[in-house]
Ligand binder design. Sequence first.
Ligand SMILES: *Cc1c(COP(=O)(O)O)cnc(C)c1O
Length: 393
Amino acid sequence: MTYQQLKAEESKYVMNTYGRFPIALDHGEGATLWDVEGKKYIDLAAGIGVNCLGYNNPAIIDAMTAQAHKLMHVSNLFTTEPMVQVAKKLVEKTHLNGKVFFANSGAEANEGAIKLARKYSFDKYGEGRYKIVTLVNSFHGRTVTTLKATGQERFHNYFFPFTEGFDYAAANDFDSVRRKADEMTCAIMMELIQGEGGVLPLDPAFVKQVEAYCRERDILLIIDEVQTGIGRTGSLFCFQQYGIRPDVVTMAKGLGGGVPVGAVLAAENCANVLTPGTHATTFGGTPIVCAAANAVLDIVGDSRFLAEVTEKGEYLKNGILSIGSPHIHGVRGMGLMLGIIVDDGKHTAYANKLIEKGVLAITAGKNAVRLLPPLTISKEEMDEALTIMKEVF
Ligand SMILES: *Cc1c(COP(=O)(O)O)cnc(C)c1O
């Protein structure tokens, strides 16, 4: 089917919840995609930071194919090896001495972390210590609870009543955190680089202060690594570069390299809070997605691979800056999570123009063209994208 035919049927049968870019994608190889009409694109979006190993990656395909022949799903009523392996890798590579709960998305991982934090506090201090402080401009998901955890007013509409017990502190303002995180607070949850909010990295000194404050008051520090995790910023998790020790880390996007999987990783001090009957999911940690996650972690968890992510990030960033366009006001971010800062409100127009010319890019906040390419992107692909970016900017 052509794009026009597909779009007509989509409008008829699929709920109109997305302002989709006007192309229909068909297949990919590496960091290159082709649409249904055969037009080629360099992909700097990776399915919103999901396809960390690019398209048609044999490691993921072989692992999933082998697992599909053996066992795809049996539910969490039984033990399966792929899940145990993924959990072990996550625990060992983060040195958090903790345990993992598997979910199916970022929002679900955050829901799990929120439940864990509230129960941790309930078990230790009884009722009333339920508040979770997040940051203004954050993004934590689309469920009724994680929408409320998201520190942006525009998300708190239509679906009333939202889950109670969330409050918002200003990012990089420790006094604001101290004012909001009171004796009723059980957790502070934040992204180290606000992704949807505009690719805004937190100030390391602020993050350290928040960590110390959490320790002092037995408040759990939840780091939402749904976007920053799995090698995206040049370390397996971004918190490792900030030199902090979170109590809970949530992840999703890149973890399955293209299949839906999320996880909550709780450190030693709170690894046993969730007990039988307190949290569950039918699909979480199912063998077919864990086969993919194992392949991803074996590749992305390697220090040479991570060093390359950092190098590629620098290369892309410098390439963009050297365009020297008056319309580019800077590049924010770490590793291969970058935001090109353009005039306020112009980011969508630039993303559209880039896509028209053959580069897939997305947007964030009010002025960022966001780049989250496959971590495996080649120098040739980056050069091709830079040539097109030069033309567009
Ligand atoms: C994408 C994202 C989420 C939500 O993940 P879903 O898989 O869409 O539910 C949560 N937190 C952050 C930081 C994200 O980037």
